[in-house]
Design a protein around this ligand. Sequence first.
Ligand code: GAR
Length: 221
Amino acid sequence: MKRQLRLGVLASGRGSNLQAIVNACEAGQINAVVAIVISDVAEAYALERGRRYGIEAAFIDSTRHRTRNDFDAAVLDLLRKRDVELVCLAGYMRLLSPSFVEAYKNRIMNIHPALLPAFPGLHVQRKALQYGLKFSGCTVHFVDEGVDTGPIIIQAVVPVLDNDTEEDLSARILAYEHRIYPRAIQLFAEGRLEIRGRRVLCHGTDTPQQQEKQAWGAINP
Ligand code: GAR
């Protein structure tokens, strides 16, 4: 078996995306291992999920660090000590400092519950409903210094139904998040992603037919 990519997952909440990543690792769908889960929220359920799988789960207390840089330095230190190669933000509600982004340049991914660049930031499903979208979705992208602005790896399109509440739409999108995030990590693990400017190319899909199959395959594995 090929060497497994070492993942560090940063999460602030319930950690369902973390769960999807762990499941995919365990099922052999991604050739990776979650080396550590880190949270800025002591009671985040993501930490509990990690522990249940025997994964190291660390809470880092932001009130003990004077600045965002200091806090991020503590997170970075831990990630490096655990030899993390790819950082996966999974519902991590802090903006990374430029020095963090630089330290793991092109090796940080995020999942966002909208079709970026539409609706970055918070409460995006509510905004999607207020705007009257017919389709929304989710995006896995590399992280740069901005908020939800980095190069896009995979997107899934999800319909908005007439009677959707914010919770309905969030749940429908979440199911697709759980498909595309592990897929994006696997493409990274296989060394198939190349960032060219704002575009992320996926090697091994040379013809338009292969690319189309790859795009749909990401959401219907
Ligand atoms: C997910 O919907 C994720 O896309 C979103 O937070 C949720 C975390 O859920 N992230 C963002 O909005 C980041 N901009 P989870 O804790 O169950 O994975």
